[in-house]
Design a protein around this ligand. Structure first.
Ligand code: GLN
Length: 201
């Protein structure tokens, strides 16, 4: 399994460290020609969604990435990455818009801009660490999207087919379970040999 990490701006290096730890092959996407390298899954990191969105267009990657995601490329968006995938964005403009969710940017306001908590995620037995940094949350899911985690009544993770999003930053902690979850999801999306998956943890 080879995972592409969009490395235009933001916390991409931390995702790469996590993938490295899990033994997953990975490389950076910085410009359009990087899309010629075959890959099985894509990570859209946290950062500033307006900046990443603009750079995606400036680099001429926007249409191709959107088409690939629409065609089933497994994708994991964290924080700004989640905003990029949302069909509706309160406090911003939709970008790729491939996921049937509405997000609210900077949803926690200035006072509670950044915080840490632990909460339940999908069917995981133990709560997962969740670091929020000027984070959005999901106001609504519809169609094929479903909520995977909630904090204080707000949806902070969701999935639709091969698309996974978290409002928090699993790449900033030491707990690899969310990345493992994504790698398993991506592996079951294609015909990737299970030997590759077990290598990933
Ligand atoms: N507030 C940022 C945005 O609107 C997201 C913050 C983050 O990715 N940590 O894009």
């Amino acid at each position: 399994m080879r995972v592409a990490v969009l490395a235009l701006q933001g916390a991409f290096a931390e995702h790469e460290e996590m993938l490295e730890r899990l033994g997953a092959d990975h490389f950076q996407i910085r410009q359009k020609k990087d899309l010629d390298t075959p890959f099985d899954a894509l990570i859209l990191p946290g950062g500033e969604s307006t900046v990443i969105g603009k750079l995606l267009r400036d680099e001429g990657m926007f249409e191709e990435l959107r088409t690939r995601i629409q065609n089933g490329l497994p994708v994991f968006g964290t924080c700004a990455g989640m905003i990029l995938l949302a069909e509706k964005v309160e406090g911003g403009t939709p970008c790729l818009g491939t996921m049937e969710i509405q997000v609210k940017r900077n949803a926690y306001g200035r006072q509670l801009g950044s915080f840490y908590t632990e909460d339940k995620f999908d069917d995981m037995r133990e709560p997962v660490p969740m670091t929020f940094i000027r984070a959005p949350y999901v106001e609504q899911v519809w169609g094929g999207a479903r909520a995977l985690a909630e904090v204080d009544g707000h949806i902070v993770a969701a999935r639709q087919g091969n698309q996974l999003v978290t409002a928090f930053h699993p790449e900033l902690g030491q707990d690899p379970r969310i990345h493992e979850y994504f790698l398993k999801m991506a592996a079951s999306a294609g015909n990737i040999p299970s030997s590759t998956l077990s290598k990933a943890g």
